[in-house]
Design a protein around this ligand. Structure first.
Ligand SMILES: N[C@@H](CCC(=O)N[C@@H](CS)C(=O)NCC(=O)O)C(=O)O
Length: 217
């Protein structure tokens, strides 16, 4: 299996965490010609986003779809374990990330360069992020240690990268995102999982390099 990815892409980190949790290693490739915008990449991956998985003649985009496919193909350990209710909760949390939290965080990317910063945009995005973080806090399993309970699931794959980017952007933009107690405990538990850390350690370095390049440091 080939996984097309980009080092700074949070969705690529999400899928790489899913692979790591299953102790599987895809062949990692970056999009040809240096960008997911290249014609060569589009010719292979019609949607043109990273990550994308190629398994024989199957080409899959969308991180949740890729992870669910991976889970069907390599069922153990399952990333959608437990009851129908637990699986639904894992899917819900992953979509809370993909459709709500991450787009709100992404809305800050254009604000990093001081010359293009706009206080009103930062305020709007910060309010949206605060609302999503409050929703996340109430949706996490009260005792953890993982998002839905005792074992890692689809719900644990996406947030580490997005919370890392948010944590790096916040001081630059004068924000203090309020992670609730459950969210902080959960993050700490994820950071203790060596499979997740194997993806997150290089990812943190990549985010730091990106920020430095934007700030001209
Ligand atoms: N919903 C997609 C989002 C993927 C995504 O937006 N990836 C970004 C990089 S982090 C990308 O490829 N952007 C290029 C584009 O949207 O054209 C998923 O879950 O895979």
């Amino acid at each position: 299996m080939i996984l097309y990815w980009s080092p700074l892409s949070s969705y690529s980190a999400k899928v790489r965490i899913a692979f790591a949790l299953k102790r599987l290693m895809p062949e990692l490739r970056q999009p040809p010609d240096g960008s997911y915008r290249s014609a060569a990449y589009r010719a292979m991956v019609p949607l043109g986003t990273v990550p994308a998985l190629v398994d024989g003649d199957l080409v899959l985009s969308e991180s949740d779809t890729i992870i669910e496919y991976l889970d069907d193909r390599f069922p153990s350990p399952s990333l959608l374990p437990g009851t129908a209710r637990e699986r639904a909760q894992a899917r819900y949390l992953s979509r809370l990330h993909d459709l709500h939290l991450e787009p709100a965080v992404r809305g800050l990317f254009g604000q990093v360069t001081p010359a293009t910063r706009q206080a009103a945009t930062i305020e709007t995005q910060a309010a949206s992020i605060a609302s999503r973080l409050a929703t996340l806090e109430t949706a996490l399993h009260p005792d953890g240690p993982y998002a839905v309970g005792a074992a890692p699931t689809l719900a644990d794959c996406a947030f580490p990268a997005t919370l890392t980017i948010l944590g790096a952007l916040a001081p630059v933009l004068g924000l203090r995102p309020d992670l609730g107690a459950r969210t902080r405990r959960w993050r700490a538990a994820l950071a203790r999982d060596p499979r997740i850390e194997s993806v997150m350690e290089p990812y943190r370095d990549e985010v730091a390099r990106w920020l430095q390049s934007k700030l001209g440091g």
